[in-house]
Design a protein around this ligand. Structure first.
Ligand code: PDD
Length: 286
C-alpha cells in the first residue's frame, strides 16, 4: 500500500513522518474536536455543512477556529489532490495545542494543533444484506452535539457491539429513549413512516442524518422528527444506521432478535437508492 499524505500544522508530509509532542492537549486530555468528511470523485461532500459543524464544535470547547472556510477548503483540496484514490474520507482534528499539563486552558493561548488526514473510502458496491446491533445505556456526557476527540465512552460502547459480533451499539438514554449509535445516527421505521430523534445536546447532528431527512421530504416519504422510546426501537419494522463513512445501512438484528422480517426492508431500499441518486446529482452539479 502506498503511503498516505497528511497535513500537520501548515505542512504536507508522509503519514510516517508526522510527529506531535507528548504534551499535546489532545494526547493528554482529549482536548480537541474533529470532523469526518466523505470525498466522492475527489470532491468533498457537503463541505459547507461539515465546516459549519466544526465551527459549532470549536465554539462548544471555546477554541478559536484556526482557519477561514477558504483556508480549510484550500487545505482539503490540496490533500485530496495529493492522495491516490478518487473516493476518500477526510479526518480533521484540532486540539488546544501543546502546553505544560494543567486542566485549565493555556494562558496566554498556544497555537492549536491542526491535523488533516485522508484515507481511501470504500462504500459497498451492492446493497447491504444487513448488520446486527446491540443496545446499551447511553452513559456519555451531556454535550454529545460536540464532535469531541475524547471518545472513550463511544469506544467502549462500540466494542460491546464488536464483542457480540455486531456492527453497532444503539444507545438508550435513561432507560427511556433513543439517542443515536456509538458512531452513527439511527432511524426507526414503523408503518411506513421514517422516525428520527430530534437534534439536541444528546446526539451528534449528523450530516448524513440531514441528507436523509431532506431526501424524505423531497420524495414525500412520511417522516417525523420526535423523541423515540426504547419500546419503539424494539418494535420497529426497520432500523437504519447512517454516517459519513457507512452512508445508510439496514440493521436486521437487534440484541440477537430479528428486526421486522430480518431482511433489508422497503424503506431502506428506497432511501438507499435515493441517497445514491442524490450523491450523483450533487457531485455532478459541482
Ligand atoms: N462518526 N453520531 C456519532 C456519535 C458519530 O460518531 C457519527 C459519525 C454520527 C454520524 O454523523 P455523520 O453523518 O455526520 O457522519 C453520529 C464518524 C463517521 C466517525 O467518528 O468516524
Amino acid at each position: 500500500m502506498s503511503t498516505l499524505t497528511i497535513y500537520l500544522n501548515g505542512q504536507y508530509m508522509p503519514l510516517e513522518e508526522a510527529k506531535i509532542s507528548v504534551l499535546d492537549r489532545g494526547f493528554i486530555f482529549g482536548d480537541g474536536v474533529y470532523e469526518v468528511i466523505p470525498v466522492y470523485s475527489r470532491r468533498a461532500f457537503r463541505l459547507g455543512e461539515h465546516l459549519q459543524r466544526l465551527q459549532h464544535s470549536l465554539d462548544g470547547i471555546r477554541l478559536a477556529n484556526p482557519h477561514s472556510v477558504a483556508e480549510w477548503t484550500q487545505i482539503i483540496d490540496e490533500l485530496i489532490a495529493r492522495n491516490e484514490t478518487d473516493d476518500q474520507y477526510l479526518y480533521l482534528h484540532i486540539t488546544r495545542g501543546v502546553a505544560r499539563r494543567d486542566h485549565a486552558f493555556p494562558n496566554p493561548p498556544v497555537p492549536p494543533t491542526v491535523f488533516v488526514m485522508s484515507n481511501p473510502l470504500s462504500t459497498p458496491a451492492q446493497l447491504s444484506p444487513g448488520v446486527g446491533a446491540v443496545t446499551a445505556q447511553d452513559n456519555r456526557w451531556l454535550r454529545c452535539d460536540i464532535k469531541a476527540i475524547s471518545l472513550l465512552p463511544n469506544v467502549l460502547l462500540r466494542q460491546t457491539a464488536v464483542d457480540a459480533g455486531c456492527a453497532e451499539t444503539i444507545l438508550i438514554r435513561d432507560n427511556d429513549f433513543l439517542t443515536e449509535g456509538a458512531a452513527s445516527n439511527i432511524f426507526v421505521v414503523k408503518n411506513g413512516t421514517l422516525l428520527a430523534p430530534p437534534k439536541d445536546n444528546l446526539m451528534l447532528p449528523g450530516i448524513t442524518y440531514d441528507v436523509i431527512l431532506e431526501i424524505a421530504a423531497a420524495n414525500h416519504i412520511p417522516h417525523e422528527v420526535r423523541k423515540i422510546t426504547v419500546a419503539e426501537v424494539f418494535d420497529a419494522d426497520e432500523l437504519l444506521l447512517t454516517s459519513s463513512t457507512k452512508e445508510v445501512l439496514p440493521i436486521t438484528h437487534l440484541d440477537g432478535k430479528p428486526v421486522g422480517t430480518a431482511r433489508p426492508g422497503p424503506m431502506f431500499n428506497k432511501i438507499y437508492s435515493l441517497y445514491q441518486e442524490f450523491k450523483r446529482d450533487v457531485m455532478r452539479a459541482k
